[in-house]
Each structure stands twice: as structure tokens, then as C-alpha cells.
Design a protein around this ligand. Structure first.
Ligand code: TNX
Length: 525
């Protein structure tokens, strides 16, 4: 054998060795904690030797009392039981500690962890999860789920073993506001769908669901003082099919379900534009006292409340008054975007007055970036989607910014020219485009200190079923969840795409039919 053939042979052995390592690492559970692909990426992961193993006798022990802790324990049990088939009893901790248990405790006394951080210590004998608040425990539980193999997410019994390599994870978020928005106005989504969406976003540690409750095509929330909003305004949607709405009881049920998953609901009533559904319900809200026709198309910017009429402000006070009473979170979203048929000299005093109404109700205002053209009341936030100059105007008035740049975070944009669903006015948004940006440097003059966090909106002009929703949202939402949580220096697309590739099986196990982007090295699981 000459030198050249020897070299070639050596190369061949090396390459096939690498293939072998690659294929076994796909098939067997990881033996190194720091090698597991977590999304979002934790602040620190330190591997140790050994493995924790769940057994049929594994118990979730709570160090402390209180219903919140108990709910969190039950939530963890509900996530581990279906696939393992283990009973996973939830009990108050005792001195008697047999191996294979999971311990949850609150009040870590560790200030660095903040409200949402956690520390997870995995040893051969036990998992210890500590946090300052139940929100931190909830986030730590999402990490625990991802440390088991993907089949833990299955709704049916699967074969074990159920083990996690030993080590310690310390983790806390970069931004306190990590949100998704769902437009239930263009197409209505049932309560059970909204709950599933809450389950899916919270699994990636997102903590806000902004509901776009009213637009030209439909009004989706019961307002007792103005019943025609739902009986007329709620009846339509894009495409002319029957719409729908949430009763206040159903809305409260969503709020409670979300709170148990560390998700705050922010309700939006868009105004003065995007208001055809209420203008069709009540003639007196129109300047000419004539009700408009219901609308099932997809144009924007053609409707406006009559800003000069007193009844308009009575209507807004009633709507926000009832919404404030059933919304425990601090925010009401007033929309304010694309009011193309409202004169600017009417728009400014209108938005100023609406902000005052919200402030008097004890809530904080959020509005799309156009509201920065008005005089912002203290504690208002501006949601940047289109115009950088508006975001900057908001910052100059002391407002915080929520980053939702359409070209990077709009989940209704097509992935590429072959995507059947979606729009493309902000360009194609492939999975990398959604990930490869830094909220703190995107708009010059808007830095980390000005930013509340990020939000990923899903507008639903072209999306009417849960399957369609999931195809557009996943996997892009995971990248935005990572971006909102991890420190900017801790990730880049080439590193992230490998992590994402490991999450396909996990999404599939939850029944999510995601878009299998060619940019991602998906790993069969
Ligand atoms: C712009 S983003 C809108 C929505 C549309 C969306 C479609 C924003 C504040 N307004 O009314 O649904 O584009 O992508």
C-alpha cells in the first residue's frame, strides 16, 4: 500500500467513525448534561457524572405549602405521567428520601435568579429544583421536560428508561416580557385552541399571550353593556364563514389557565381604525349615524371610530372598564395602528384621551408604534412593528418598547415563495431570519434598557385552523423564545440550528406539524 492509499484509508476510517458516533448519539439518551439541546438556552449548564432515573415509585415532593406550589407539582406530574405510565404522586417533603424523587422548593434566597429564574441540581438519587417564585419553578419544569428524551411528550405510554445525566443548571431570562400574539378577530379560535397555544408557547418559557380581540372582521369578547358587539360584530370573520366570541366567563377561564402556566393575557381592542365590526353593530358610533356592513375581506385601514362624538368615549370607557375587571395583568392594549382614514389632528387627541381612560382604570397602556405620535402617559409602552422613528419617539418620551419587527418576528409572513399560507408584505421570514437579530441593537437609539421584551404576532387573515396556525408558528416561535430568554452573546444561528434540529421529534410528540425548514439539520428521533 503506498502512502497515498494509506492516507485515503485513514480518512475513510475517520469519517465512518464520525458517522458511527453521530448515529449512536442520535439513538441513545445523552450521557452529558451539557450536550442536551435546550431551547431557550440556559445561562449555565455544568455536567457531572452519573444519571438520575425515574422509577414507578418516583414522587414529586414539595418543600413548603400553599396551593400555587401544589398546582406546580400537579402540573409536573401531569407532564410526566402519560408517557412514563408512572403514578407520580405529589406530596409535602419528608425527611425520608428514597432515590428517584423530584423536589420542588420555593424561596431560594438567591437574588440572581430573580422572579423567573431557577436552579436545577440533578444527582443520581434526586432532582432538586429551587426558585424564588412559582414562575421560576414553572420554567425549571420546562427544562426538566426537555432533559428527558422526546418521547416524554407523548400522550401515550412509551418504553423507558427515563433518565437525565447529572449536573447543575442555573438559569434566568434576559427580558421579562416574552410574548406571542394571536389574532382571533380575522379568524376566530375556540377556547380549547387558545389553551393549546398557551401550552405550546409556555413550554418554551414564553410568558405573555396578547389576544387581538377586535378588528374590522369581528368582535370577539362579550361586553355586557354593549351586547350587539358580539351578537352582530361577533358573527362574521374573514371569508364570510360564521365567527364567534368569548363570553366573559370563557375569557376568565383562559386567563386562569394561562396564569397557571406563567402566561399573562393582554387583551387588545384596536382603535380608532380596525373598527368595522363595532361600527356595524352600533350606528351611533359612526359620524353619519349609519351602521356599516359587516366585512369579511382582508383590506386594512378603511374604518374609524367617530373621534368627535362623546358616545365614542363612553363606549371605550365601558369596554375597557369591563375588560379591566376581568384582566388581572397590568396591561390593556389600545391598538392604534394603520388608522389611515382618521385625520392626524383627530388621531392625536383621540389616543391621548383613550390613554387617560386606561390610566384611570389603573392599567398601563400598550399601543402599536403609531401611538408614539401622541403624548404618551407615564408607563405606556410602544410595540414596534413598522417604523423605527416611532419606536425612537416613544423612547424619547420615556416609554418602553416591545420589539415585534415585522421582517423578523411576524409569524404570518411566508417562509419562502412556496409557502401556501401567509402574507409577504414584510418579506419572506425563513427560520434563520427570525433568529438572526438582536432586539437591543436592531433600532439605533433603542437599547436593552429601553426594551421590555419581544413579541411574535400571528395575524390570521390566511389562517383558520389549528393545523395551519401550528405550521406557521413552528418552528419560528422557538427561535424567538430563545432570543427573548438567553443573553445575546450566548447564541448565533449556526449554533442554534443544531439545537433546533433536536426539537423536531419533541414537537411531533406533541402533535405539532411544524414547517421542516431545509436550513435546519433535523435529527430523526
Ligand atoms: C399589519 S401589524 C397589521 C395587521 C395585519 C398585518 C398582516 C399591525 C399593527 N397591523 O392589521 O393583520 O399587518 O401581516
Amino acid at each position: 500500500m503506498n502512502l497515498k492509499t494509506k492516507k485515503q484509508l485513514l480518512k475513510l476510517i475517520l469519517i465512518s467513525g464520525l458517522f458511527f458516533i453521530q448515529s449512536i448519539s442520535n439513538a441513545v439518551p445523552s450521557t452529558d448534561l451539557s450536550g442536551i439541546s435546550l431551547i431557550p438556552k440556559p445561562v449555565s449548564v455544568i455536567a457531572a457524572s452519573g444519571n438520575f432515573k425515574l422509577t414507578p415509585k418516583s414522587t414529586i415532593f414539595l418543600s413548603g405549602q400553599g396551593v400555587e406550589l401544589k398546582n406546580i407539582g400537579n402540573y409536573l406530574a401531569s407532564k410526566l405521567t402519560p408517557a412514563t405510565g408512572f403514578g407520580m404522586a405529589v406530596r409535602i417533603a419528608t425527611a425520608n428520601q428514597s432515590p428517584g424523587n423530584i423536589y420542588l422548593s420555593i424561596n431560594s434566597g438567591d437574588a440572581q435568579l430573580g422572579d423567573e429564574g431557577y436552579q436545577l441540581t440533578i444527582k443520581a438519587g434526586a432532582i432538586n429544583l429551587i426558585a424564588n417564585k412559582s414562575a421560576g419553578l414553572f420554567n425549571g419544569i420546562q427544562t426538566i421536560r426537555q432533559l428527558f428524551s422526546a418521547k416524554i411528550e407523548s400522550a401515550t405510554h412509551q418504553a423507558g428508561p427515563w433518565q437525565i445525566p447529572a449536573g447543575t443548571i442555573r438559569d434566568y431570562p434576559e427580558y421579562s416580557y416574552r410574548g406571542a400574539m394571536l389574532d382571533v378577530a380575522r379568524h376566530f379560535f375556540q377556547v380549547k385552541d387558545v389553551k393549546r397555544y398557551i401550552d405550546l408557547i409556555s413550554a418554551y418559557k414564553m410568558n405573555v399571550l396578547h389576544l387581538h380581540l377586535a378588528d374590522d372582521q369581528g368582535w370577539r369578547i362579550e361586553i355586557k353593556k354593549w351586547p350587539k358587539l358580539t351578537s352582530i360584530g361577533g358573527s362574521s370573520q374573514v371569508g364570510g364563514e360564521k365567527g364567534g366570541f368569548y363570553t366573559q366567563e370563557q375569557y376568565s377561564d383562559i386567563v386562569k389557565y394561562a396564569a397557571e402556566r406563567n402566561v399573562m393575557i393582554i387583551p387588545e381592542i384596536d382603535m380608532p381604525g380596525h373598527t368595522n365590526a363595532c361600527l356595524a353593530s352600533y350606528p351611533e358610533l359612526n359620524c353619519d349615524d349609519k351602521a356599516t356592513e359587516l366585512y369579511s375581506g382582508t383590506e386594512v385601514g378603511f374604518s374609524t371610530l367617530c373621534t368627535g362624538k362623546e358616545i365614542t368615549y363612553q363606549f371605550i370607557s365601558d369596554v375597557f372598564g369591563e375588560l379591566a375587571a376581568i384582566t388581572p395583568g397590568p396591561y390593556l392594549h389600545i391598538g392604534g395602528d394603520e388608522s389611515h382614514v382618521t385625520k392626524i389632528e383627530d388621531y392625536i387627541p383621540f389616543v391621548n384621551r383613550v390613554q387617560e381612560i386606561v390610566r384611570k382604570l389603573g392599567k398601563k397602556v400598550i399601543g402599536w408604534d403609531e401611538i408614539a405620535l401622541t403624548t404618551l402617559v407615564p408607563n405606556s409602552s410602544v410595540q414596534y412593528w413598522a417604523k423605527a422613528e416611532n419606536a425612537l419617539k416613544g423612547v424619547k418620551q420615556g416609554a418602553k418598547v416591545i420589539m415585534s419587527p415585522a421582517a423578523n418576528s411576524y409569524l404570518d409572513m411566508k417562509y419562502d415563495s412556496t409557502t401556501n399560507l401567509g402574507l409577504f408584505w414584510a418579506g419572506y421570514v425563513e427560520v434563520d431570519k427570525c433568529y438572526d437579530w438582536d432586539p437591543a441593537t436592531l433600532v439605533p437609539g433603542v437599547g436593552k434598557e429601553n426594551i421590555l421584551g419581544i413579541e411574535a404576532p400571528l395575524w390570521t387573515e390566511t389562517i383558520s385552523t389549528m393545523k395551519q396556525l401550528e405550521y406557521m408558528v413552528f418552528p419560528r416561535l422557538l427561535g424567538l423564545a430563545d432570543l427573548g430568554w438567553r443573553a445575546p452573546a450566548a447564541g448565533n444561528w449556526n449554533e442554534y440550528k443544531l439545537r433546533l434540529g433536536q426539537h423536531g421529534g419533541r414537537l411531533k410528540a406533541q402533535g405539532v406539524e411544524y414547517y421542516p425548514s431545509k436550513l435546519v439539520p433535523w435529527v430523526a428521533q
